[in-house]
Design a protein. Structure first.
Length: 159
């Protein structure tokens, strides 16, 4: 969700209480979220107004701005729920590279249906019908879980 105000204002809302973030911290978070280049291409750059509910941005851009807001906090725990669902493949890849950098020293819980989003995770929890039915690394689950293997095959063929 974006609020009326500038991009810098919206990203700065992610700061820890009582702390103001610097413009450099905002830009660093935006680079990790793969939105910096889009922002600097705008006539007003980081001072561009977002409009009501971020109306001038695409769904994928809003997602990346929201992720940048979370990253500017420098969290120790980051929960991402379908964080790449509105992104094209290239934007998702670039965002994933940024998140891989952030993930060092941060516990990331990524809820995703796109399996390539979570392939590199240390541990994947396979949830079916609201229950955790298995967990392990990607290769482990490929070997022992028929439903995981079928899901991977369907998504690979569909790409």
């Amino acid at each position: 969700m974006l609020f009326e105000g500038s991009i810098s204002f919206n990203i700065g809302l992610g700061a820890r209480p009582g702390r103001e973030v610097t413009q450099q911290e905002i830009e660093d978070a935006c680079k990790l979220a793969n939105i910096h280049d889009v922002i600097v291409a705008l006539p007003e750059g980081y001072e561009t107004l977002c409009g009501p509910n971020g109306s001038q941005f695409s769904g994928g851009q809003k997602q990346r701005l929201s992720i940048a807001r979370a990253l500017v906090r420098k969290p120790t725990l980051l929960i991402l729920d379908e964080s790449t669902s509105a992104l094209d493949a290239e934007s998702e890849r670039l965002l994933q590279e940024g998140l891989d950098k952030v993930a060092r020293g941060v516990t990331v819980i990524a809820i995703a249906h796109r399996l390539h989003t979570i392939r590199k995770a240390n541990t994947i929890f396979l949830v079916e019908g609201g229950r955790c039915v298995d967990h392990g690394g990607h290769e482990e689950l490929l070997e022992r879980s028929e439903s995981y293997r079928v899901n991977v095959m369907h998504q690979t063929v569909g790409e």
